[in-house]
Design a protein around this ligand. Structure first.
Ligand code: 5GP
Ligand code: MN
Length: 345
């Protein structure tokens, strides 16, 4: 097992043991498989341990994650602000999962900032903001879900990990590693997966629920983006794709239909930096992926008000899609040397 600060884990266990009230679990805005898998995995485990738990997500979450146990009960902040505020006002602890900066919670930011109870953070993103009273920050983990599994075990709560919780955590690891494609060089990740399988998880079944669940429109949208909205820059080992509001309308776009598009150009030989821009009503959402050393989180922070991991990052900008894509094109020469010498590891 990767070394933990055992004092932190002991403190977390002690805090949870003596807690009278509710524990609120919160993932980041636009939650992905790891965010939802981590909160619902931990929620199920804590409930099995007899704790009172409520999950509050900042906004809607994708349909293909709605099979997880507890997903039917979670509170979506933007749909139930008053209810969520009341729950938080009465809660004893807020546990923040899969994010390291309060700006990642959208409208919930001030609520968490002003919360008077215990704030815990369990996360695997680098450079934590330091907003939590108890911070379990482990950027060396593949996913927050893997971290939750190891934290729960280290807390002595292993017996509370049932099949439903194991399925949630498996989904988190699977999605954050691109189905075991990246961030999987540490044997511990597979040891964790092995333990989850021993609890009864059926990996093919979970994979199918998440990835073989697309609409015809989404498949056609993907084909359109690949053929009409992708530019490849072989000299920079880079590619960009974009999705305009017009294209969205043409393919009856549903939230989440662009999930995974940003990864596709990385399948092109010698392309190891990919950008994807989606035009929304109020902003342009940027997604970046890389293979090897090129740090897309630094790129996202420097130019797109964002951050993330070395190989997976995002951000947002407030400009026209055309201007944003153009800006991206113009940035590439600045990174020519770095992109050229990028070693794949
Ligand atoms: P995605 O491209 O899937 O939206 O995001 C990939 C990763 O980038 C996320 O796991 C998250 O760490 C980070 N990320 C995405 N959007 C933002 C953003 O707007 N700000 C920051 N700081 N990180 C982001
Ligand atoms: Mn994650």
């Amino acid at each position: 097992m990767k070394p933990f600060n055992t004092d932190n884990i002991k403190q977390l266990r002690a805090e949870i043991d003596k807690l009278g009230g509710t524990i609120v679990l919160v993932p980041h805005i636009n939650p992905d498989g790891d965010a939802i898998g981590s909160v619902l995995g931990l929620a199920n485990i804590l409930k099995n341990a007899g704790k009172q738990v409520v999950v509050i997500v900042p906004n809607h979450f994708p349909e293909f994650l709605k099979w997880m146990k507890g997903s039917e009960e979670l509170v979506v902040y933007v749909n139930a602000r008053e209810k969520a505020q009341k729950i938080i006002a009465e809660a004893a602890m807020i546990c923040c999962l899969d994010f390291n900066h309060l700006s990642r919670t959208g409208e919930m930011k001030e609520l968490i900032e002003n919360f008077e109870g215990q704030r815990v953070m369990i996360d695997h993103h680098p450079y934590p903001q330091g907003f939590a009273d108890l911070e379990l920050s482990h950027p060396d983990y593949s996913s927050t879900a893997e971290l939750v599994f190891q934290v729960v075990k280290a807390m002595g709560y292993e017996q509370y990990i049932d099949l439903a919780a194991a399925e949630c955590l498996f989904c988190g690891i699977m999605t954050d590693t691109g189905s075991f494609d990246y961030n999987v060089s540490d044997p511990q990740t597979f040891n964790t997966v092995s333990e989850l399988l021993a609890l009864g998880v059926n990996p093919e079944d979970i994979h199918g629920r998440v990835f073989d669940n697309y609409s015809v429109d989404r498949m056609r949208l993907m084909g359109h983006c690949l053929s009409e909205c992708m530019e490849v820059f072989p000299e920079y080992h880079a590619a960009v794709m974009y999705l305009s509001k017009e294209t969205k309308a043409r393919f009856n776009y549903q939230k989440g239909d662009n999930e995974g598009f940003v990864n596709m150009p990385l399948s092109i030989k010698d392309i190891h930096f990919s950008a994807f821009f989606t035009e929304n009503d109020d902003q342009i959402k940027a997604s970046f992926r890389s293979k090897g050393e090129f740090a897309v989180n630094e790129f996202a922070t420097a130019h797109f008000n964002g951050g993330g991991h070395r190989n997976a990052a995002g951000g947002e900008v407030f400009d026209s899609l055309k201007a944003v894509v153009d800006r991206f094109r113009k940035l590439l020469p600045e990174y020519a040397e770095e992109l050229k010498r990028t070693k794949l590891d």
